[in-house]
Design a protein. Structure first.
Length: 229
C-alpha cells in the first residue's frame, strides 16, 4: 500500500492497523531494536502529569503508549480509530478505558484533559493540522501536549545509514516478524515524507500551541515536541 493511496482514505489507514494489530507490539520492539521502551519513558517524563490528572493518549493503538501513565495512577484515556487495535488493547489491558474516536473529530468536550499526547500516531493521521487543532481544543488552558514521532537524525553520516535501514532492511525484517509486512513498507515511506523537527514545531504553533520546543532521542530518529495551551 503506497503513501499516496493512504493519503486519500482514513478508512484505509484504520484497516491497515486492524491488520497489523495482532503482532503490533512485538514487531515494534524488534524493529526499533528495543529502543521503544526508552522512548516511552521519555514521553512520560516530558508530559509531567501526576496521579489524579486526566490525560488523552490519542492514536493509542493497543494502549502500549498509555501504560506508563495508567501505571503511575494518572487517569488515561487511550483513543484510536482502529477497532482491531482497540480490541487487542482491551484484551491486554481490560482496566484501561479505551475509546473509539477519530483524531480529526475527537469525541470529547472542550478543555477536558490536563494534558494530551500522541506517540507514533500523528504521522498516520490524514489531516495533521486538523488533529493538532483538535488536541488543542480538548486541552485545558495551561495544559501541555507531547508529540512523539519519528524525525530526522541530526548527524549526516548516521542519517545516510539510517535511511538505508529504513528503505532496505526494515521491510525485510518486517516480512519475518509482522502479520502484514506491507504496512512496514508504508512505515518507511511515511517516515521519509514526514516534516523534520522545525517543520513539525511550526505546525504545532500554527495550531495554536505556545512555547513549542523539541528534544531529540536516539540521535533524532525520534523527536519529542512539547507545547503549552
Ligand atoms: C503506529 S500506531 C501507534 C500506537 C501507539 N500510540 C504506540 O505508540 O504504540 C498508530 C495508530 O494511529 C492510529 N490512527 C491513525 N490515524 C488516526 C486518526 N485519525 N484517529 C485516531 N487514530 C488514528 C492508528 O489506528 C494506529 O493505531
Amino acid at each position: 500500500m503506497s503513501r499516496a493511496s493512504l493519503e486519500k482514505s482514513p478508512h484505509d489507514v484504520a484497516a491497515m492497523f486492524d491488520r497489523v494489530a495482532r503482532r503490533y507490539d512485538v514487531t515494534n520492539t524488534v524493529l526499533s531494536l528495543s529502543q521503544d521502551r526508552q522512548w516511552r519513558k521519555a514521553v512520560a517524563d516530558a508530559l509531567q502529569v501526576h496521579a489524579g490528572q486526566t490525560v488523552l493518549d490519542l492514536a493509542a493503538g493497543t494502549g502500549t503508549s498509555s501504560e506508563p501513565f495508567t501505571d503511575a495512577g494518572v487517569h488515561t484515556v487511550p483513543c484510536d480509530f482502529s477497532l482491531g487495535m482497540l480490541r487487542v488493547g482491551r484484551t491486554r489491558r481490560p482496566d484501561m478505558p479505551f475509546v473509539a474516536g477519530d483524531g480529526t473529530r475527537l469525541p470529547f468536550a472542550d478543555a477536558s484533559f490536563d494534558a494530551v499526547t500522541i506517540s507514533f500516531g500523528l504521522r498516520n493521521v490524514v489531516d495533521v493540522d486538523a488533529c493538532l487543532r483538535e488536541l488543542y481544543r480538548v486541552t485545558k488552558p495551561g495544559g501541555r501536549v507531547v508529540v512523539c514521532e519519528f524525525s530526522r537524525p541530526t548527524w549526516a553520516p548516521f542519517r545516510t545509514v539510517y535511511t538505508e535501514y529504513l528503505m532496505k532492511a526494515l521491510p525485510k525484517v518486517a516480512t519475518a516478524v509482522s502479520s502484514n509486512p506491507e504496512a512496514y513498507v508504508y512505515l518507511a515511506e511515511s517516515i521519509r515524507a514526514w516534516p523534520d523537527q522545525p517543520g513539525l514545531a511550526a505546525k504545532l504553533q500554527d495550531a495554536g500551541w505556545n512555547t513549542v520546543q523539541w528534544r531529540n532521542l536516539s540521535g533524532g530518529i525520534v523527536a519529542l515536541h512539547r507545547g503549552i495551551k
